[in-house]
Ligand binder design. Structure first.
Ligand SMILES: *Cc1c(COP(=O)(O)O)cnc(C)c1O
Length: 354
């Protein structure tokens, strides 16, 4: 398949790096491709960023059959464009596709298309450490049909957004709120797929947490509401007695690529690492007896997010005196330096674009 390219006549301008927020401005072009049962994935094209034109009966709007990914392109000091573990994102997209009965996409083809798009949008990639070009591949069900079944037609698109640091406050600890009443996902459901519906399920508790002054929700398992699962759009890590613990992937947790990066680095560095169940009682106990040293989240948007406070009912736990701990700093430094080409890519995570 050949990707056709239609260039925009009047190009937009990228804001100054210091003025970039997250996810509110988009580049000049997008990638589009369609699926139908007779043609498969077809008509791949790069064209000016524009609104979608959809029937109000479009199935995605009614039944939520939509999946997405989130990854970033980084510019190095010498102006090269680099992607961080992009094939893992597209592998996960295909896993989400299988989970939501969406046809899979050829990873080599989509990598080439993404690289073509990024080269065209090179001027949109910011340069300062901490800034990047956020990449959002998405697949939506497009049959205009009311009735529950898997759609027969789909649109795949990629849009790009230059982004600043995820948290406006910088690399400072966030506070998180454990929901006692609400659950995000259950085993056997779709929690391990990156789908819009999981976010719909998270909104009510997230808004409640925000009203209470908390940045994000830490979810417990949907069955016993006892075991810790993950935070909003991040996986979670605990340092208890110098054992680095993250909840094991159980089917309702999103398998984060940053999570996997932290695990791989921790093992390489000879740290004691466990992927296992960790209950809220164990956490409360560890905080009480002083063995809980650090908590941090991991995800593409913020890389590592130190956690300074956790609230569970009336229990307010302050972590590491509300400061950023050494482990969070170490992982953040190691991963970002690889991403920006400032450290050797020891794990072969980087894919060059040009
Ligand atoms: C995307 C996402 C993550 C983080 O995954 P990364 O690949 O590290 O960005 C964690 N939890 C949820 C629910 C997510 O959607």
């Amino acid at each position: 398949m050949e990707v056709s390219i239609t260039e925009k006549q009047e190009k937009g301008t990228r804001p100054e790096d210091s003025k970039l927020a997250f996810g509110s401005i988009f580049t000049d072009h997008m990638f589009n491709m369609d699926y139908s049962p007779d043609k498969g994935w077809h008509n791949p094209r790069i064209e000016p960023f524009k609104d979608l034109s959809l029937s109000p009966a479009t199935m995605m709007l009614h039944y939520g059959q939509a999946i997405f990914e989130g990854l970033k392109a980084y510019k190095t000091d010498d102006g090269n464009i680099r992607l961080y573990r992009p094939r893992d994102n597209f592998k996960r997209l295909n896993k989400s596709a299988r989970g939501l009965c969406i046809p899979e996409i050829d990873i080599d083809f989509i990598m080439e298309s993404l690289k073509t798009l990024l080269k065209l949008e090179k001027n949109w990639i910011p340069e300062t450490m901490g800034t990047s070009l956020y990449i959002r591949p998405t697949v939506i069900a497009t049959d205009p049909y009311l009735g529950v079944r898997a759609s027969e037609t789909y649109r795949f698109f990629i849009i790009l957004s230059p982004v600043g640091a995820y948290y406006a406050a910088g690399f400072n600890p966030v506070n998180i709120w454990i929901s006692k009443d609400h659950v995000r996902a259950v085993r056997g459901g779709i929690g391990e797929f990156k789908t819009a519906a999981n976010y719909a399920a998270s909104l009510y508790a997230s808004e409640k947490a925000k009203k209470e002054g908390y940045a994000q929700v830490l979810w417990l398992d949907g069955v016993e509401r006892k075991y810790i699962e993950e935070v909003g759009a991040m996986n979670i890590f605990f340092n208890i007695n110098n054992e680095l613990i993250t909840p094991e992937l159980n089917g309702s947790i999103l398998p984060g690529i940053t999570r996997d990066s932290v695990l791989q680095l921790a093992k390489r560095w000879g740290m004691k690492v466990s992927e296992r169940k960790i209950s809220i009682d164990e956490l409360i106990q560890a905080q009480k007896d002083g063995s809980l040293k650090e908590v941090f989240g991991s995800g593409t948007a913020a890389v590592i997010s130190p956690v300074g406070e956790i609230r569970y009912g009336d229990d307010v736990m302050t972590i590491a005196d509300g400061k950023t701990g050494p482990m969070a700093l170490k992982f953040n430094k190691a991963i970002t330096e690889i991403q920006y080409g400032k450290a050797e890519d020891t794990e072969a995570w980087i894919e060059a674009v040009d």
